[in-house]
Design a protein around this ligand. Structure first.
Ligand code: ADP
Ligand code: MG
Length: 205
């Protein structure tokens, strides 16, 4: 991945979030406060503006800037969580204009660790982690097959993890206040995580 591809990834995420904003908000209205799509759309719109200048020199800088902007522009749980993830991904990358697939896999794993450190969610809590965890594992497993294949495997695993959240009871975040009534609804955050990995698959195939 080079700087231009990193920017394309972020642009593809922004486009997907804008297109799916109503859907994400609808999912959040069932088990949250109906702002997930609005939150992320505002955040990624701000990220696009922040990246709309002279390109950073490294892939890491693109992702750190993305994360910092999300943290400063998005309230709620997901803004700080995704912001922290992108910052951690960017910081874990070697400071180069091009990074290889293995480095990206390691950086994605650092992003997951940062999300779990901040939010204290474990797999099965019906959160971002339920899509992000399987996605990183699949990405790492397919590393040798190149970025496109790794991204496709990650997106498929994220989709599976996302769908599996429907049957789970939320144990973290706003949805956990509903207790057993959170069962039967797909988690909004796991859904946006799938969009993020699907965006990477879309631009690398
Ligand atoms: P809020 O819940 O503050 O309104 P959002 O609606 O933007 O924030 O995001 C809700 C999503 O955040 C949930 O669907 C869930 O996936 C994710 N989330 C909430 N708490 C956590 C946590 N502690 N760890 C990981 N993800 C979380
Ligand atoms: Mg919400």
């Amino acid at each position: 991945m080079d700087v231009a591809l990193a920017r394309s990834w972020i642009a593809a995420i922004a486009a997907a979030v804008a297109e799916q904003a109503d859907y994400l908000t609808q999912l959040d209205s069932a088990i949250g406060d109906a702002d997930h799509g609005v939150n992320l759309n505002r955040g990624f719109t701000a990220v696009l503006a922040a990246l709309d200048g002279p390109p950073p020199a490294t892939v890491g800088e693109v992702l750190v800037k993305t994360g910092s902007t999300l943290i400063s522009k998005v309230g709620g749980a997901a803004g700080p969580l995704y912001g922290t993830a992108f910052r951690a991904i960017g910081k874990a990358l070697p400071p180069d204009s091009t990074v290889d697939v293995a480095s990206l896999g390691q950086a994605l794993r650092a992003g997951l660790a940062a999300v779990q450190k901040l939010g204290a969610a474990v797999p099965g809590d019906k959160t971002i982690v339920d899509a992000y965890g399987p996605a990183v594992a699949a990405f790492e497993k397919a590393n040798d097959e190149g970025l496109g294949a790794a991204a496709r495997a990650a997106a498929e695993a994220a989709a599976e993890g996302m769908r599996a959240t429907t049957a789970l009871q939320a144990r973290k975040g706003r949805a956990s206040y509903l207790g057993p009534r959170s069962v039967g609804h797909q988690d909004p955050g796991a859904t946006s995580t799938w969009l993020i990995f699907q965006a990477l698959a879309d631009i690398t195939t």
